[in-house]
Design a protein around this ligand. Structure first.
Ligand code: MLT
Ligand code: ZN
Length: 471
């Protein structure tokens, strides 16, 4: 079938609301969040049900047309943008956003892929529960996208990645067949755990259309502190002190360095440092508990006192209200936006064993500063997971094009150190289009060969999100 015939057939299945073809409607689907890629497409499919999607997929497969699944389009690695050929159709599940079920006794909820992550959090909260997945893009990113990319974020240290939060999945395969795996079981040893294949596959094996997600007890007790630290080692030492005292109390442990904090204070309206003076290194500690009388404040103060005495913590501000907690979190969450406003940046999202984070920070800082004089290394992220966003900000006196032309060098500089420390080139942002060559380099041999065989088995025609993940 030629494209015009396919569009007619798709319109017959999806209707006006389910098929966008006007240039103005397509535009927001063609550029990624970071503005790295500008793709083209004849249409965006927006099915309202699994049945509609399954038929649409069959039509596209029969026509040999490639499909690009797109959630909230917040990928950091161009994972959800069509290529420039104009022959790939975008498939958005944004209309499939219903809460199908929520069971506070089983502590599960079943949601459709197009539900925004923040909406899933709200549904859980309304039932007195917690859906813990939380990251910067949660107000736009969808559950389908979060699962497809195995999103991490701020609470991985306590609750795990998206992978750990999904008990069951419903999936439409590249041939239009539907896997109805929405089982809400904690124990289910019945063959291959197929759902784990689709989680983190970045839409290269099929469409995740719904998921059974784990819920947890709500956490009314919260303590948040911002700490000024002596050095990189002190950040790790402070994390260890909290874990040593009460591992289960740590909801998040985030690291930030001077350069990033300066950008936030300069570019984000209303941002202010709740400490007497700026420091070279900061930690954001968030403790939480289900019981109001869990003694979190005592724990926080005791650990901070020890760390102050040991000279690791130089100063600390403990939030006294929800507003102050939010203000401290904002200093961390606005790092990407502040960087965006400050000009171009090259991002690396890497992980190393937690014990190696100080070495990673020191070596990257030194090598990046040497690589591009005037470039500002911006390091922040999820220290408790060994996951640091190791970015380099455009020098003020260097043109954007000239700076971005050095992107490969910048990423290589970071990756060389990460490899030496037995880490990963992508901790939570995935591979997308940006890092496929890194996948070849880091996961080659039998590992990549096995991935290719899985891909060939499920998507022999290579129609699912081509050009992403696999080199
Ligand atoms: C974050 O933790 O803020 C995100 O992963 C975004 C980023 O790396 O810029
Ligand atoms: Zn992150």
């Amino acid at each position: 079938m030629k494209m015009p015939g396919l569009l007619d057939a798709l319109h017959g299945v999806l209707g006006d609301k389910g098929l966008l073809t006007e240039a103005a409607d397509l535009a927001p689907h063609l550029i990624d969040w970071r503005g790295l890629y500008h793709g083209a497409t004849p249409c965006v499919l927006r099915p309202a049900t699994v049945a509609e999607l399954a038929v649409a997929v069959r039509l596209c497969a029969a026509a040999g047309v490639a499909m690009v699944p797109q959630g909230g389009n917040t990928s950091m690695v161009g994972g959800a943008t069509p290529d420039e050929s104009g022959r790939q159709v975008v498939v958005s599940l944004i209309r499939m956003n219903r809460l199908r079920d929520l069971d506070p006794l089983d502590m599960t909820m079943t949601v459709e892929a197009g539900m925004v992550v923040q909406a899933a959090q709200s549904h859980a909260a309304a039932a007195g529960c917690l859906f813990p997945l939380s990251f910067g893009g949660e107000g736009t990113a969808t559950i389908g996208g979060a699962l497809s990319t195995n999103a991490g974020g701020n609470t991985t240290v306590r609750y795990g990645n998206a992978r750990e939060l999904a008990l069951g999945l419903e999936v439409v395969l590249p041939n239009g067949a539907v896997i109805g795996g929405l089982r809400a079981l904690r124990k289910d040893n019945t063959g291959y755990a197929l759902r784990q294949l689709f989680i983190g596959a970045e839409g290269t094996l099929g469409f995740i259309t719904a998921a059974v997600l784990r819920l947890f007890p709500a956490q009314p007790a919260q303590e948040v502190a911002l700490c000024a630290l002596r050095d990189e080692d002190a950040a790790l030492a402070l994390y260890r002190r909290f874990r040593g005292r009460d591992e289960g109390a740590v909801r998040a442990f985030e690291y930030m360095a001077r350069n990033g904090m300066e950008l936030v204070l300069r570019h984000i309206e209303g941002a202010s440092l709740p400490l007497a003076q700026p420091a070279a290194h900061y930690a954001l500690v968030n403790l939480s508990a289900a019981r109001a009388d869990a003694g979190l404040r005592g724990l926080l103060e005791a650990v901070l006192e020890e760390a102050l005495e040991a000279g690791e913590v130089l100063d600390a501000a403990i939030a006294e209200s929800e507003a102050q907690r939010a203000a401290i979190w904002r200093l961390r969450e606005e790092h990407p936006e502040a960087q965006r406003r400050a000009g171009g940046s090259v991002k690396s999202d890497v992980s190393v064993p937690v014990s190696k984070v100080p070495e990673l920070l020191r070596r990257c800082h030194a090598d990046l500063a040497r690589l591009i004089p005037g470039g500002r290394p911006i390091a922040f992220g999820h220290l408790g997971d060994g996951n640091i966003h190791m970015n380099l900000q455009q020098p003020e006196d260097m043109a954007l094009d000239a700076f971005l032309a050095r992107s490969e060098d910048v990423m290589m500089t970071v990756n060389t150190i990460v490899r030496d420390l037995n880490g990963s080139f992508s901790a939570e942002h995935g591979v997308g289009r940006l890092k496929t060559e890194m996948l070849r380099d880091w996961r080659g041999g039998a590992e990549l060969e096995t991935m290719r065989r899985i891909k060939a088995a499920l998507d022999p025609a290579g129609l699912m999100n081509p050009g992403k993940l696999l080199p």
